[in-house]
Design a protein. Structure first.
Length: 328
């Protein structure tokens, strides 16, 4: 009893001391974040906003330094840097995540979502989380998910139906799913990094590519591929990822500040997105783009066999069904 009392009073003195000393020791951390988008892109703006919030809320103890525009390479390179502990954070699209976690491939399933609401319900709901949770075995964590509208084809010549795509070389973020998507439409897929697409189009190495309107405009691909075909075949989100080694460098408070700021950046980015699509469309029109409204049904029909492939893999087939169930 005596001992307990002494122990207790000892602890009363020691614990607060310990707490203050841990506090005082809270290490200053600067996280390096690299991505391949332009600084005017809404995902960059959302990341910049997050960095600002993190710095303010941690009183400068936690900082995020952003390296935009592919300074450290494309997602393949930055994810590799992250896995080798040479980089802390990066941004990758679902297609780029597919080689680590196969479940991300479901976002390349054509015409899977009824509308934006259905897509957001999946991305930010339980199905989305069940997919992002799977990156733990690869040593990184998804901190935020960002909408990226719909991807459509753009080319040097007009395309009005899948028949017009026969023989065309189309750049894709190369995965088994995206490659097959192009092949089913009669084209041939070209695995060219994002930052090299402009030159490839200009030199005629490829005939076209596919992306959302902001990326089509901000990369200036519009200057060398004037026809944007609004077939809207896929909705492929972007993700902010952090290595688990970097997370381990943070204390609980810093980790929480980062998680909150990342969640807030999701909301901020969604708010900016629709406005950005309208603005980019106008800018593309101003430099001579032609937007073609196509009948999507022939594209839908031609791409149906992709669903047979998904159904063959029970894990993927299950997620596709779960996603469809979210549309009700
Ligand atoms: C979009 C997407 C990027 C992706 C790029 C690409 O811009 O937001 O994450 O890297 O497409 O096609 O490579």
């Amino acid at each position: 009893m005596k001992l307990n009392k002494r122990l207790l009073s000892g602890l009363c003195i020691a614990l607060p001391l310990l707490a203050t000393s841990v506090d005082a020791l809270a290490a200053k951390v600067t996280l390096k974040l690299a991505h391949n988008l332009d600084q005017s892109h809404v995902v960059h703006q959302a990341l910049a906003q997050m960095a600002k919030e993190v710095q303010e809320k941690s009183n400068g103890e936690l900082k995020i330094r952003i390296y935009p525009s592919g300074q450290m390479g494309g997602p393949r390179e930055t994810i590799e840097l992250l896995q080798n502990d040479a980089l802390d954070m990066t941004k990758a699209s679902a297609s780029e995540m597919e080689s680590f976690v196969k479940e991300f491939s479901v976002f390349s399933a054509p015409y899977l979502f009824d509308n934006e609401e259905h897509f957001k319900k999946v991305l930010f709901g339980n199905v989305g989380k069940s997919i992002t949770d799977k990156t733990q075995k690869n040593g990184f964590t998804v901190e935020a998910s960002y909408v990226a509208g719909t991807r459509s084809f753009y080319a040097k010549k007009a395309i009005n139906s899948p028949a017009d795509m026969k023989g065309l070389k189309i750049r894709v973020v190369s995965t088994p799913t995206t490659n097959k998507l192009i092949e089913l439409l009669g084209g041939s897929p070209a695995p060219i990094p994002f930052g090299e697409v402009y030159t490839a189009l200009q030199q005629g190495v490829i005939d076209g590519a596919e992306n959302n309107i902001p990326s089509y405009n901000q990369t200036r691909h519009v200057e060398v591929a004037k026809f944007y075909i609004e077939d809207q075949h896929t909705s492929v989100p972007d993700y902010l990822i952090i290595s688990n080694k970097a997370l381990a460098k943070l204390d609980d408070n810093q980790r929480q500040i980062l998680a909150e700021a990342a969640k807030n950046s999701e909301v901020f980015q969604q708010k900016l997105w629709d406005e950005e699509v309208a603005k980019s469309r106008q800018e593309a029109l101003n430099v001579g783009a032609t937007f073609i409204q196509v009948d999507k049904q022939p594209f839908r029909d031609a791409l149906k066999p992709l669903y047979d492939d998904f159904a063959k893999d029970p894990d993927l087939g299950k997620i596709i069904e779960e996603i469809k169930a979210e549309s009700k």
